[in-house]
Design a protein around this ligand. Structure first.
Ligand SMILES: *Cc1c(COP(=O)(O)O)cnc(C)c1O
Length: 412
């Protein structure tokens, strides 16, 4: 199947050949992988980069004078430049390698504990992943700052009027995700950033779900911090990035102490290294960083506009088919959303549907999706979540719908 839109041709069958895992079977059926919001699959181009690293130039970076160490350092720093360019950061030292989104958020939350005091307020949204809630609750416990919550409505949109009302001169920090992992809602982060800046608050955006689908421009957004994980963008697990404006990164204290992050160490006093190394203590995930760069190359070669328009087509197609199923309810019906569909059928437990779908080779996620406050809002224990990516097809959606109808019949 191939679609043609605005002079762009997207050949999904050719794309699928890049992903060896899509050839495997599960329970005797061809794998249909609809759990992309949990982690994406890895193309051969990225796998090759990982194999090449361990086969040819595995070495520790920044320290060695020998050839392997130089090659590894060059490749790791080149990947940082690719990440900088991808996110349009003004400086490469504003890109901090992390182990993923969770690490990036904890790094910033930990740093803010030196800036906040009793009476200060920080704002989170009702649509967050636990990763973007718990570190801030820990911060508030340490500093006695108060955590406020932007509420959501039944469509899964944030209530912006209530956000406006929460902002005041005590607001120091606002942290929301760009896209909700549980519902797919695309949040109006431009609006949120502008309003927060008007009262002098900094903004952190959790981009774990947006980066697989859109290409954020951190300078145009004027965002203070932006975090993501490589494993949701066709890269490996255990690596991600924190973008921070240089003014902020200079002010924030280091998160972890160790090798790489120091300028000079004595028992009397240690001085810290310049950015970005101040935040990169210890031997990093060198191969992961290099592969992260390769994953961005891969995605950019396809093009994010192409990806977004194809995925939008998949979303509309799947949504229309699901709506035909009796007593199926979709959670998250925001106008602006990505290809994440959370749903339940009647009173059937999501886990039971997921288990039967797995027997038919179909991988979906069931449960609260690390977003219990959203499930509490809808007063449900969880949902079945199908999250689609550019290597999925309409044929897979057809098979999924048939399998789902079978599962519903067996369970009701
Ligand atoms: C996946 C995800 C996270 C956590 O990412 P890790 O890679 O597990 O650190 C945080 N926020 C959102 C919105 C996510 O989807």
């Amino acid at each position: 199947m191939s679609i043609s839109q605005k002079h762009i041709t997207f050949d999904v069958e050719a794309i699928r050949k890049d992903f060896p895992i899509l050839n495997r079977e599960v329970n005797g059926k061809p794998l249909i992988y609809f759990d992309n919001a949990a982690t994406s699959q890895t193309p051969q181009q990225v796998i090759d980069v990982i194999v090449n690293y361990y086969s040819n130039y595995n070495a520790n970076i920044h320290r060695g004078v020998h050839a392997l160490s130089q090659e590894a350092t060059d490749a790791y720093e080149l990947a940082r430049l690719k990440i900088q360019k991808h996110f349009n950061a003004a400086h490469s030292h504003e890109i901090i390698y992390t182990s993923g989104t969770t690490h990036g958020i904890n790094l910033v939350a930990n740093g803010f504990s030196s800036f906040l005091k009793k009476g200060d307020e920080v704002i989170v949204s009702a649509l967050e992943h636990h990763s973007n809630i718990v570190p801030w609750q820990m911060l508030c416990e340490r500093t006695e700052a108060e955590l406020k919550v932007i509420p959501m409505n039944t469509d899964g949109d944030l209530v912006l009027r209530d956000f406006d009302a929460l902002l005041n001169e005590n607001t120091k920090l606002v942290f929301v995700n760009h896209i909700s992992n549980a519902l797919g809602t695309i949040n109006p982060i431009e609006y949120i950033i502008e309003k927060a800046h008007n009262v002098g608050a900094a903004v952190l955006i959790d981009g774990a779900q947006s980066c697989p689908h859109i290409k954020p421009d951190v300078q145009a957004l004027d965002v203070d911090f932006y975090v993501c994980s490589a494993h949701k963008i066709c890269g490996p697990t255990g690596v991600g990035m924190l973008y921070g404006k240089q003014e902020w990164l200079k002010k924030l204290p280091p998160y972890q102490g160790g090798g790489e992050m120091i300028a000079e160490v004595s028992f009397e006093k240690t001085t810290y290294a310049d950015l970005p190394h101040k935040f990169e203590a210890g031997t990093p995930n060198i191969c992961g960083g290099i592969a992260f760069g390769a994953a961005l190359d891969y995605m950019n070669a396809i093009g994010f506009d192409t990806i977004a328009s194809y995925e939008n087509e998949l979303l509309e197609y799947a949504t229309a088919q699901l709506q035909q199923i009796e007593s199926l309810k979709i959670y998250g019906t925001a106008k602006e959303k990505t290809s994440v569909i959370s749903f339940n059928v009647g009173n059937i437990h999501p886990y039971d549907i997921g288990t039967i779908l797995d027997k038919m080779g179909i991988a979906v996620r069931t449960g609260h999706h690390c977003a219990q406050p959203i499930m509490n809002f809808y007063q449900i224990p969880g949902t079945v979540r199908a999250s689609l990516m550019f290597y999925n097809t309409k044929e897979e959606i057809d098979l999924f719908i048939i399998a789902l109808k079978k599962a519903v019949m067996m369970l009701s």
